[in-house]
Each structure stands twice: as structure tokens, then as C-alpha cells.
Design a protein around this ligand. Structure first.
Ligand code: TZP
Ligand code: MG
Length: 211
């Protein structure tokens, strides 16, 4: 069976921003503060490092009910026993990833425009579980993500996703002050608002309360 997944507050990890605390400890604190899903993302790690990191985060999440995704690396997700994979539109096609991961794992797909969302909506039902819509605002965490869609642009895409049976999370430039501006999505997704926070548990709590 496909794992249960609550997209309300979805943390994407950043090893550099976590700093000497390390990603697993930041994840532990963030979950204590109310994070409901975690994606291990590290564009600079070797495959071996990403595998080790995913195993360490999996251990932190064991028994919490918080779903674990891995960014891009389908092999790492499968080998480390993650709940799912998140891919962008330049990664392996979503249908191919679904064929690799089978029916019992979650699949997330990035959608930064109407055309990209159309890719997700054209797939057979059950291929994609959640679309990541963004960036809402431009963000130093991913400078190449471009200018933001704005909360209105995100709400329009989220409504389209929902009409097609897809859940959605918004990503890009979200903090506790901006979180209340987001409507229509099933959750919010953050990197720096938690990974760069001096107190990740308090940051997660503030984001939950802001929604
Ligand atoms: N995809 C679109 S924006 C983004 C990703 C991975 C980074 C979001 O980071 P932050 O720090 O929450 O703005
Ligand atoms: Mg990717």
C-alpha cells in the first residue's frame, strides 16, 4: 500500500544550511515542531553520501508517521527504504519513475508553470501523488528557479491540480510571515525557513501556526 502522506508542512533539507548541527538533528527538531513530510535533497553529495544521509534521516523518522522523500535519486530512495521520490521536469520522466518505484511509494513532481502542471495532469491517475508548485517568490536557496509565480499564480495552479485529483504544495521563499498568503495548496514546503533557523523546532511551530 502507498504510505500515508500529510503535506501540511514539508521540509526539504539543505546540508550547507543545516551546518554543523547536521541534517538528521535539524530534521529531528523540525519534526518535534510539527513538520509532516521530509525530502532529503543534496545536490553536492556523492551517491554514497546521499545514501548514508537518507538512512540517517530514515532512522530519525522511524515511527513518527512523517513521510520521507528523496530528491531525484530513485536508486537511493529504493535502497534506503524511503517512502517516495521527488523529481523535477528535467529528471527521469514521472511515468518512468513510477515504473521503477512500483505502486507502493509516493511520487512528487515539480511544476513551475501551466505547461509543467499539464505534464502531471496528463499522466494516468496514481502516477503522481503531489506536485510542488513554485517558486512562489524568488529565493536565494535556488537562484536558478527564476522569478516567483506569486501567491495568486500558485493558487491558480493549485486549483487546476486539485481539479485533476492531485495534491499540491507551494515552495520558494516561504517563511512564517508569508505562509498565510498561500491559499489553495494542501501544504507548504520550506528549505531555509527551517534549515537556516537557529531553532528549527520553533521555526516549524511558527510555520504551522501561521497557516
Ligand atoms: N524549488 C523551487 S524553490 C526551491 C526549490 C527546491 C528552494 C526553496 O527554498 P526556500 O529556502 O524555502 O526559499
Ligand atoms: Mg531534480
Amino acid at each position: 500500500m502507498r504510505p500515508a502522506f500529510d503535506p501540511a508542512l514539508y521540509l526539504v533539507t539543505d546540508t550547507a544550511l543545516a551546518g554543523p548541527r547536521g541534517v538528521p538533528d535539524v530534521v529531528r527538531a523540525a519534526v518535534a515542531g510539527g513538520v509532516t513530510a521530509v525530502q532529503v535533497r543534496d545536490k553536492t553529495a556523492s551517491r554514497r553520501e546521499l545514501y548514508a544521509l537518507t538512512l540517517a534521516v530514515r532512522e530519525v523518522l522511524a515511527g513518527t508517521g512523517v513521510a520521507l522523500f528523496v530528491n531525484d535519486a530513485v536508486d537511493v530512495a529504493l535502497l534506503a527504504g524511503a517512502d517516495g521520490v521527488h523529481v523535477g521536469q528535467d529528471d527521469l520522466p514521472a511515468a518512468a519513475v513510477r515504473a521503477l518505484i512500483g505502486p507502493d511509494r509516493l511520487l512528487g513532481l515539480s511544476a513551475g508553470s501551466d505547461d509543467e502542471l499539464a505534464v502531471a495532469l496528463a499522466l494516468p491517475p496514481g502516477t503522481v501523488d503531489v506536485v510542488g508548485i513554485g517558486p512562489v517568490w524568488s529565493t536565494p536557496t535556488k537562484p536558478d528557479a527564476g522569478t516567483g509565480l506569486g501567491p495568486e499564480g500558485v493558487a491558480a495552479l493549485a486549483a487546476e491540480a486539485a481539479a485533476g485529483g492531485l495534491r499540491s504544495v507551494a515552495i520558494g521563499g516561504i517563511d512564517a510571515r508569508r505562509a498565510p498568503l498561500l491559499t489553495g495548496v494542501d501544504g507548504i514546503c520550506v528549505v531555509s525557513a527551517i534549515c537556516a533557523a537557529p531553532d528549527p523546532a520553533a521555526a516549524a511551530r511558527a510555520l504551522r501556526e501561521a497557516r
